[in-house]
Design a protein around this ligand. Structure first.
Ligand code: SF4
Ligand code: SF4
Ligand code: SF4
Length: 343
């Protein structure tokens, strides 16, 4: 088989031109906070670990109770209620505890303890939405709530792999399983209510409001001095209810303000967030990064694909011409088909 040099050069030049004209894939712009974004500010220094928010969440979302596996294993008893130790397919909101050393003082990293409330962070640029191939997870363009459509879900669980906070859970024990995660009680908000966890919280540790206002409130708290008494809104930032409490001192950060492009669930605490199990993610949106790399890969594959196509075509043409060409005579001249004389 021979490859015509002119054809080969044409293909190489075409491939190079395609590669150059394609250039480097443009990074897509970061997603902005929606105009009426709502969220929750969780202040661990106000949390007393009563778990009223867990109960409120289950009631409002018709979630079944959890059972203790210890009692089942030890005594063969079934149906005994117990608090789950983490988020699961029956639990969308979980209060966890951090304890260090003697765990004597609340909201201190050394010989102290703290609570942390885990639920969906309602990311501004959510990885779960980016990963879902059928748009079963979407971000509301007005409120920013990351919502789930069970009818669209195909159960591939890409969202579970993509979420940097390990939030979506899958109903492995169901015949027709769904993904389970907090949807910020959108059904209650649609009727003028607030999320059940904020309604149930007696101390204001879980506070509902518009995200810019919650951020402003969080930064107001960061100016407080330990030991002074301050007024804290409870349930909802706009609800008008307040209580006075002693400031316990804050770790100087609002978790979620910048993490992975920002989240609508914001956190404050007295101890560093890495102690509370919150990942250090940086401020770059991971969804934006992965989509940019993905599109760059597709774009980068165009030139080699065209080059390969051109080579295959050139090879085909040469092979085809080889078959059609008459064999060469020993003297180098093309031999002529001999005429068979008529008898
Ligand atoms: S925390 Fe996870 S599940 Fe919730 S919006 Fe962000 S990526 Fe999605
Ligand atoms: S499991 Fe459902 S929600 Fe998750 S990625 Fe698949 S289709 Fe989307
Ligand atoms: S907003 Fe609603 S679903 Fe989400 S954690 Fe709070 S109570 Fe549960």
């Amino acid at each position: 088989m021979k490859i015509d040099r002119r054809d080969f050069c044409k293909v190489v030049v075409a491939g190079a031109a395609t590669a150059l004209s394609g250039g480097v894939a443009e990074a897509r712009p970061p997603k902005e906070l929606p105009p009426k974004a709502v969220g929750i500010l969780y202040d661990a220094t106000l949390c007393i670990g009563c778990k009223a928010c867990e109960v409120g969440c289950k009631e409002a979302n018709d979630m079944p109770m959890d059972h203790t596996s210890c009692a089942e294993q030890a005594h063969g008893v079934t149906g005994v209620w117990d608090a789950p130790d983490d988020l699961n397919s029956r639990t969308m909101n979980k209060i966890k505890a951090y304890a260090q050393g003697t765990a004597e003082v609340k909201d201190r990293p050394q010989d102290g303890y703290s609570f942390i409330k885990r639920a969906c962070m309602h990311c501004v640029d959510p990885d779960c939405v980016s990963a879902c191939p059928v748009s079963a997870l979407t971000k509301d363009p007005v409120t920013g709530i990351v919502q789930y459509d069970p009818d669209a879900c195909i159960g591939c669980r890409y969202c579970q792999l993509a979420c940097p906070f390990n939030i979506p859970k899958f109903e492995y024990d169901k015949t027709f399983p769904k993904i389970v995660k907090c949807q910020m009680c959108a059904h209650l908000q649609a009727e003028g209510g607030i999320p059940a966890c904020c309604e149930a919280c007696p101390t204001g540790a879980s506070l509902f409001g518009a995200v810019p206002d919650l951020l402003e409130e969080a930064h107001r708290r960061l100016t407080f001095k330990s030991g002074e008494r301050q007024s804290y809104p409870i349930h909802s930032l706009d609800g008008g209810e307040t209580r006075t409490a002693e400031v316990r001192g804050y770790y100087p950060k609002v978790y979620g303000e910048t993490e992975t492009g920002g989240t609508q669930y914001l956190m404050m605490a007295g101890v560093p967030f890495e102690h509370l199990g919150m990942p250090d993610l940086g401020s770059e949106s991971r969804a934006r990064l992965s989509e940019t790399i993905q599109h760059g890969l597709y774009q980068g594959m165009m030139a080699p694909t065209l080059l390969l196509g051109g080579l295959v075509y050139a090879a085909y043409r040469n092979t085809h011409e080889d078959r059609m060409d008459p064999p060469e005579a020993p003297d180098g001249k093309a031999s002529q088909a001999e005429e068979v004389p008529d008898d």
